[in-house]
Design a protein. Structure first.
Length: 335
């Protein structure tokens, strides 16, 4: 039931995202344009070429990219929370945000903020940051436990953020461009961005879905997982690697969009239960719908200018986080 509701919410969000904009276009024109561009179809709609270009080249790639990024951030957050047994974990916990931010900052100050160089730099920075986190957490013992990974992630993120701050101070003329990227935006989204990240996100989500039953076991504890024949460290590495790969790809084209990986999985748990057989797929659909709606709000609330989507998700996510925290404390006090 939860999957059906979340799928319906995603379809509605996608349609709303395509309909919203300064140029009024009806739902019939949107559907006709989509039908015309469907593969293996010879249908020719009566929609004007200008409206078709707005729908297919401007709005649709933006909506699809927002859905992909939202799905990946929610899936990454849910997976991190399960594998690290930390309900406050998000996709950026292990240094992904700091690494991507540093990589993007280096690209911008070096004058390489082109359409391909900046995403590649952000992606490389995010992946290298998580690799460094794992190396630090495993130093000495050769095993990366959940608490060691979290602590190493905090330390690595602090160090990389310090480097990024130093670069910003040395190149003040690029600060505006850096902050525009950090706060997140889909204003320049294109089909090339969708094609760039789709393979990484698709593979990452497929791996995470394949391990959703094992996440239920890891949520109980590593010893219990070992008793059932599961290798905790190897499984944790596979899940974290998949979540990191997809998250790094997502933030490389969207910037750093916060709270999606926390509020969506928590909302799913509150409404559909704690089993990852439900939490993970519903979080993927819910995350996609949530970010599409947040993007629609970001470009309409202060039209014709746009509010950075990271600001919108923070304004929604922070109160939600406080409500969840208060409800938890209330349950604990009753018990």
């Amino acid at each position: 039931m939860a999957s059906v509701v979340s799928l319906a919410a995603l379809v509605g969000a996608l349609l709303l995202g395509v309909l919203v904009g300064p140029v009024r276009i009806g739902i019939g024109e949107v559907l006709a344009t989509l039908w015309q561009h469907a593969p293996f179809m010879s249908y020719r709609s009566g929609v004007s070429p200008v409206d078709q270009a707005i729908i297919w080249q401007v709005r649709l790639p933006r909506v699809v990219l927002a859905a992909l990024v939202g799905a990946m951030l929610a899936a990454g957050g849910a997976s991190y929370q399960g594998v690290l047994r930390n309900s406050l974990a998000d996709p950026y916990l292990l240094g992904v945000a700091a690494g991507a931010g540093l990589g993007a900052t280096i690209a911008i100050v070096a004058g390489g903020s082109g359409s391909l160089i900046l995403p590649v730099a952000a992606f490389a920075g995010a992946v290298l940051a998580v690799m460094l986190t794992y190396a630090v957490s495993a130093a000495g013992t050769g095993r990366a436990s959940g608490y060691a990974i979290v602590l190493a992630g905090v330390a690595v993120a602090a160090m990389l953020t310090a480097f990024q701050t130093y670069l910003q101070q040395q190149h003040t003329e690029e600060i505006r461009q850096i902050y525009n990227w950090i706060l997140g935006s889909f204003s320049a989204a294109s089909w090339s961005d969708v094609r760039l990240v789709l393979p990484y996100i698709a593979v990452s989500i497929a791996i995470l879905l394949a391990y959703r039953r094992i996440l239920d076991v890891l949520r109980v504890g590593g010893d219990e997982a070992g008793a059932l024949g599961i290798h905790p460290e190897r499984t944790r590495l596979i899940i974290v690697s998949a979540a990191t790969l997809g998250t790094a790809a997502a933030v490389s084209v969207s910037g750093l969009i916060g709270f999606v990986g926390i509020i969506v999985p928590h909302a799913v748990r509150l409404s559909a239960g704690a089993s990852y057989r439900v939490v993970l797929p519903v979080s993927i659909l819910g995350g996609a719908a949530f970010l599409v709606l947040a993007d629609a709000l970001s470009r309409t609330v202060q039209a014709p200018s746009e509010v950075p989507i990271g600001v919108v998700t923070a304004l929604v996510g922070a109160p939600f986080f406080l409500v969840v925290l208060r409800s938890r404390r209330s349950r604990q006090s009753v018990l």
